[in-house]
Design a binder for this molecule. Structure first.
Ligand code: PLP
Length: 335
């Protein structure tokens, strides 16, 4: 990011080739992360924008509905509630349930889309989504997945998981800068979408010297990019993902699981109620003291310059691959 800013300061203009290299590398790195094609990726500013683009492109008719996971982070809720006039938003509980069983019960003729958090922001529960994805696709219902609490902490192959739409911000487990993110749209989903949210950079320009002939927009997810992109941010996100690759994504997942198993055990030994289901654990472990306030312990931990989160009178831990067993032992000792 510093290099891009320095080049910009030095030269004033970065030039098409320079910019295209950053965009190309960024798209490639994200594609490698989810084991897919760069063509199926569009850059966004955050998770919410990805969810918004997906929802705007669903061919809803007046009176249709979108189902939203009740326990999800507010991002999806706001986008669904306030941007779809004439479309009903209905909330369904998915916590510790079989998503296909929930879908069988809740899906109606009017249901055209479902939105959920792959990994729930509070308990860290990782939902099994493969069967749900298939179940919904067979009924032409779009499943929009918020992946920000998952990607960067787990290995993910979107095709193997049958994921068609995945929105993700860059600034959590991917360690990227704020104001970056991406949306993945499979060719199946793209084919059925409305193709709105298209701007002049949603088309394949050869150069910017002649604007007389307007190229047709891309026929894939790149079409959803509207105008000039956040080159500094994208370069930072790309480098951050590359660091994950240097360590190895499977190694990242293994290391996080190892650290989280220690936290899990440590919290249990201290008599905490564990809110994270062990068999559905990703990067987050959350525990609540059976007596007293979590805030007191939170203060003790953060006073020692250890970063964790306080949520709903519970302590939320989210160690990454760069944390060590020693650090986890230290935090358990403080508790
Ligand atoms: C599951 C989930 N989705 C979305 C967000 C944030 O959304 P956005 O990237 O749009 O700011 C968060 C947390 O910040 C989150 O935990």
């Amino acid at each position: 990011m510093k290099n891009v800013l320095n080049d910009f300061a030095r030269h004033g203009s970065l030039g098409d080739e320079y910019i295209n290299e950053i965009l190309g590398k960024g798209r490639q790195m994200i594609a490698k992360l989810i084991k897919n094609d760069p063509k199926n990726i569009t850059f966004t500013s955050n998770t919410s924008q990805g969810i918004l683009i997906a929802l705007l492109n669903i061919p809803f008719k007046e009176g249709d509905e979108v189902l939203v996971m009740e326990e999800c982070f507010p991002a999806a809720k706001y986008v669904a509630e306030y941007n779809l006039p004439g479309i009903n938003t209905r909330y369904v509980k998915l916590k510790m349930k079989d998503p296909v069983e929930v879908a069988k019960k809740e899906i109606k003729d009017k249901t055209k889309a479902v939105i959920l958090d792959y990994v729930q922001y509070f308990t860290g529960e990782r939902l099994p989504i493969k069967e749900l994805s298939r179940f919904l696709r067979e009924r032409d219902i779009f499943l929009i997945i918020d992946g920000i609490q998952a990607l960067g902490s787990i290995y993910l192959d979107v095709k193997k998981e049958d994921i068609d739409i995945l929105a993700c911000g860059g600034s959590k487990w991917l360690n990227g800068p704020q104001g970056t993110g991406f949306l993945y749209v499979s060719p199946w989903a793209f084919g059925k979408m409305k193709k709105v949210h298209t701007g002049w950079l949603g088309a394949p320009w050869k150069n910017f010297q002649n604007f007389t002939n307007l190229p047709q927009p891309f026929n894939d997810a790149r079409r959803f990019e509207t105008g000039t992109r956040n080159i500094v941010g994208i370069s930072g996100l790309t480098e951050s993902i590359e660091i994950l690759f240097e360590y190895g994504i499977k190694n990242v997942e293994e290391k996080i699981q190892k650290l989280n198993t220690l936290i899990f055990r440590g919290l249990m030994d201290k008599g905490y109620e564990i809110l994270t289901p062990k068999n559905r654990m990703a990067g987050i472990v959350t525990g609540r003291p059976k007596r007293g306030l979590a805030e007191k312990v939170y203060k003790k931990i953060t006073d020692k310059n250890i970063v964790i989160s306080l949520r709903n009178n519970a302590l939320r831990f989210s160690p990454h691959f760069y944390n060590s067993v020693d650090e986890i032992e230290k935090v358990i000792e403080i508790i």
